[in-house]
Design a protein around this ligand. Structure first.
Ligand SMILES: C[S@@+](CC[C@H](N)C(=O)[O-])C[C@H]1O[C@@H](n2cnc3c(N)ncnc32)[C@H](O)[C@@H]1O
Length: 490
């Protein structure tokens, strides 16, 4: 099977083909070690023989042993709490009302790790008056069967439950020594099943899920696989169903299958067509009008002609970012547990002369300033592939959506940037402007106030990497917020 002379690189390629997960060359020593141990336990002659046998399908059951070593299972209950808050306050009440006739609610946690996410979902549903007593069930799937076995046991360690509000921990868990066992009332609502998201067709009924959580899974995939999996997942949603991704996963260059829905503190996605009748664009409520991801408008206007960046400019991420046990960058958003950074290596067809992601981002900014929007988009794709956890990249992604007339997607990207770095006052200002443009005045006002508070509190900093763009400086931002709050157009 050898495509290269390096069996470890071949193994990495095989793993990507089978599971979507990309292993960085920097992690090859770890992979080599794992392969060596697996080869020894199977009494194979060494890594090349192991890789060959695996590729030929001669090792039944071996993928179940190998995948637990290479997939990242970082998770805990109530991770990214803004998703669960939006689910409880907005999504479930609306879906609950819509389902009085259908009488059932189906939720899917895709890439459920050791059960932390589906257990949280079950608790949120059990606590939600509109659905608690109805017929609701959660399907939880993962490619890692060891993780699924742990999930089925329903027992969590201290760290996994540390973010569970005390009264819910009291209500839904029994303490057993250092561990917490989930109550049968929650456990019986969850069905755990093995499923590999890169294998199509997905083993679920099309159009059958009202809510799908697919968080922090695609971040380890290449964009092509991300789009393919996202499209397949979209087909599993009901027409009114919604998909949640990880807060820093924005599906840049989404195909026409999904469009973002603003849930105030976060975004989710829904199928582009047919139009929803329960979330988003009809009637009052926090949802705002979707744009249709297929809408690929031309460069319309740079949203703001501001002053050049001023002396407030600081470096968003001084020094090297911390690394997790896998050697991956682990940036923290204001004390939050680390968000996984992508293991995805640089682009496979790198631009000659452009090596680092920052350099590529600068080139993307220059291209946009020169009006070469397609080139800017191409470079952005490369940067996101290399490091989807950089707030400046998401800010630029938002700017590019914005100048292309995709306001809703711009807002989603700005939120991703702010999730990663809440002090980026220019990005928050752009978010506020975007919200105002889609007539979400109330939310826009909150964001304008937050810009002013961030500036007043000394927590604000500029996006240095985007210095070439016409972004406002601190004083101008303050003035624009004041004008917007007083109803003066800017
Ligand atoms: C970082 S965890 C995310 C857990 C949870 N969704 C969360 O956000 O807390 C990623 C999970 O995706 C699973 N995964 C990776 N590749 C997969 C694939 N091809 N199909 C299904 N699950 C996969 C991993 O086994 C792991 O449990």
């Amino acid at each position: 099977m050898s495509d290269t002379t390096d069996p470890v690189a071949d193994l990495a390629a095989l793993i990507e083909r089978v599971s979507g997960n990309v292993i960085l060359p920097g992690h090859y020593p770890f992979l080599a070690d794992t392969a060596k141990r697996r080869a020894a336990s199977l009494r194979l002659g060494g890594v090349p023989a192991y890789v060959r046998a695996l590729a030929l399908g001669d090792l039944p059951g071996e993928w179940s042993c190998l995948l637990p070593h290479i997939t990242i299972k970082e998770s805990f209950l109530f991770r990214h709490p803004q998703h669960f808050a939006a689910l409880a306050s907005t999504v479930l009440p609306r879906l609950g009302a819509a389902h009085t006739s259908r009488n059932s609610l189906r939720v899917w946690s895709a890439g459920c790790a050791r059960g932390e996410e589906p257990t949280t979902l079950a608790i949120v549903l059990a606590e939600c008056g509109e659905v608690a007593h109805g017929d609701w069930r959660i399907l939880a799937t993962d490619v890692d069967e060891e993780a699924l076995a742990a999930a089925r046991a329903g027992v969590f360690g201290e760290r996994a439950v540390s973010q569970v509000p005390a009264h819910l921990r009291e209500r839904y868990f029994v303490r057993r020594g250092d561990s917490f066992e989930v109550s049968p009332e929650i456990a019986r609502r969850i069905e755990y099943r093995a499923a590999n998201l890169v294998n199509e067709p997905l083993p679920v009924e099309p159009g059958s899920f009202d809510v799908i959580f697919l968080r922090n899974v695609l971040i380890y995939f290449r964009p092509e696989s991300q789009r393919r999996v996202a499209a397949a997942i979209a087909r599993a949603l009901t027409p009114d169903g919604v998909l949640f991704l990880g807060p820093a996963e924005t599906l840049w260059q989404l195909s026409g299958d999904l469009e973002p829905v603003d849930l105030e503190d976060c975004f989710c996605y829904r199928r582009t067509a047919p139009r929803s009748t329960h979330l988003g664009d009809r009637g009052p409520g926090p949802g705002v009008r979707g744009e249709g991801a297929e809408q690929r408008a031309r460069l319309r206007a740079v949203p703001d002609q501001g002053e050049p960046l001023d002396t407030q400019r600081t470096t968003a991420h001084p020094g090297s970012p911390p690394r997790d046990v896998h050697g991956r960058e682990a940036r923290t958003a204001h004390g939050a547990p680390p968000a996984e950074a992508s293991p995805v290596p640089g682009p496979r067809t790198p631009d000659p002369g452009l090596t680092g992601t920052q350099e590529r981002l600068h080139a993307a900014v220059r291209s946009l300033v020169e009006g070469r929007i397609d080139r800017a988009a191409e470079l952005l794709d490369q940067v996101l592939l290399a490091d989807p956890s950089d707030p400046a990249t998401h800010a630029f992604e938002g700017f590019l959506h914005d100048v292309s007339g995709r306001t809703q997607m711009a807002a989603a990207s700005y939120r991703a940037a702010l999730f990663l770095d809440p002090g980026l006052f220019q990005v928050r200002l752009l978010l506020a402007d975007a919200l105002r443009r889609v007539a979400n005045e109330q939310r826009a006002a909150l964001e304008y106030r937050e810009v002013m508070a961030t500036l007043a509190g000394g927590r604000a900093h500029a996006v240095e990497a985007l210095a070439g763009l016409p972004l406002p400086g601190a004083e101008q931002a303050r003035q624009r917020c004041r004008d917007a709050l007083l109803g003066r157009s800017n």
